[in-house]
Design a protein around this ligand. Sequence first.
Ligand code: 3PG
Length: 307
Amino acid sequence: MKILVATEKPFSKKATDGIAAIAREAGYECALLEKYTSVDELKAAVADADALIVRSDKVTADVIAAAPKLKIVVRAGAGYDNLDLAACTARGIVAMNTPGQNSNAVAELALSMMIYMARNQYTPGTGSEISGKRLGIHAYGNVGRIVARYGKALGMEVSAFDPFITDPEVFAKDGVQMVTSAAELYKNSDYLSLHIPATPETKGSIGYELLTSMPQGATLVNTARKEVIDEAGLAQALSERTDLKYITDIKPDTADQLSEKFGKRFFTTPKKMGAETAEANVNAGLAAARQIVGYLKEGITKFQVNK
Ligand code: 3PG
């Protein structure tokens, strides 16, 4: 059996060494394809792979067609919008993610982004403090819950909305105010931290109306996905409301225009770095390798996302 680790954005060496050790112990081979620059390289590498570990790498129907032996693909991370699940299912390939394994890294980045904007991107001048401000968490999953906890530790008033959680106790036990609509959340958040996945329902769902409903001086923080933002609506909102700010870890398609027009009210990291910590690499990478061994040896499908 051969496990291919195909990561355009490589894991740390400690993580790839750990993955190789898990493969070796199971009696499997392990191959690495890092920093590849074309789909053809990926297609060539998957030709003899039984299992595949990826990050945000796109596993399209085309890639799957080039992998005749593939039995399992694991997205080492949370969001699996980069996997063609229908194509996996059609071939009987199990698709998994590794939920929670890189959440702390993303949550820390989200908090740091709030402070970065509150302090004028670390340039001279009077900034503000995030303590005492209202923090809204849009989607209360693994990352959202940690952001809530850290926000509370910093003295923020935390509210959350999650369309799939209706039990108030889930929020109450964390000391978080439950909100029952996105509209209500945005209206009452000085900082809004986005943690929704990119799905057909969420794509383009954050735009002009929600943004312009936010309080004076509000900041939207996106460590989730680029696709959930309606970029035309965002630009319109930032034009009309010169107090609003947007910071993102996923470079918008219109990043250059946003930078030019809105200066310091907009910031994007050059390349998604939320999960770029040694700890997250090890957690997610090793979990992926263990899940592959668990599936191939014992049929364990706990984290399957295409059931
Ligand atoms: C995730 O969904 O787990 C994060 O967006 C991290 O993505 P990455 O592995 O490409 O850094």
